[in-house]
Design a protein around this ligand. Sequence first.
Ligand SMILES: Cc1ncc(COP(=O)(O)O)c(C=O)c1O
Length: 363
Amino acid sequence: MSAQPAENIRLRPALENLPVYVPGKPSADDGVRRFKVSSNESSFPPIPAVREAVIASLDEMHLYPDAAGTALREALGGSHGVEHSQIALANGSVTVTADLVRALAGEGDEVVYAWRSFEAYPLLVGSHGATPVPVPLSSTGEHDLEAMASAITDRTRLVLLCTPNNPTGPSLSTEQVEDFLAQVPDHVVVAIDEAYREFHDPATVLGTAGIFRRHGNVVLLRTFSKLQGLAGLRLGYAVAHPRLAQALGQVAIPFGASRPAQVAALASLRPEAQEELERRVAWVRSERSRVLGALTAQGWELPDSQGNFVYFPMGEQTAEFAEFADARGLVLRAYGVEGVRATIAEQEANDLLIEIAGAWRER
Ligand SMILES: Cc1ncc(COP(=O)(O)O)c(C=O)c1O
């Protein structure tokens, strides 16, 4: 059967100039052993108790999950010190972010975010018909909060702050965020996307809980995809004040969070799993500082990453550097003519990154 051209279908004009999401490059299937460090996934295997909980949940795969996700929302509400009704669940924080855009911004409304940042932001904003307002990062890969505050207009409905910023890595301090919020009208929602929060140096991590309590227009976005390693099961959530939480419930696609995902998230909140996650995160932090230290010693000047990744601002040499690494067994994430991101993964992959970066400088 031949495919029909279907040229008369009337797509929404908003899709005309919309880019398509580019996921981390998979490893080529050419017999060369490679480490895929292009998607900021966890390099650890599933925690046994979490895996067992997921397997047990499969006996009920013929049933819809709890649409309200009550047990998980109660647990998350408890850990954030909010009512469970203030937790909005979805299949990944990317979906919660889409729900946020759908709840707040229609045709002609503006959404301000730093750029470059999480690849999906322009798609989520543009596909819902709102206008993306990307504000360039500083030369050190940080949010330019002054420029972001100046970019807010009467049409702005939402500002996305990504801290630590993917892909560059620097984070925002409590003082910076408070100063910024003081300049944002209280009808504009500010979402703080902390997908990589756990990897941050705990001594200086953003005081998100206090910021949330102090500001009715702040919403928090979190994921189980990174440290908790549930990227393949898809579970993310927002912590929102009641009015926005209700709106997120209205726009959410029903049954977004599957039973295995809910069960896995709950199991990973239990004390035994938390202890293991603490060990893992401490290891990732120490590997990140080992890698950054070694790269600095080679002469690289990289942004101060607080995520589970490091970023090379390669400019015009971005594609060449990514190919250089690929040929030597490391699949990196290349961003146009801007830079290359490498996930902190197993030690062997991190050692290879150091070796490849050194070889690049000496070539
Ligand atoms: C900053 C940021 N936010 C959100 C996400 C999406 O996470 P999830 O897997 O929960 O959709 C990612 C994933 O890479 C991310 O980098």
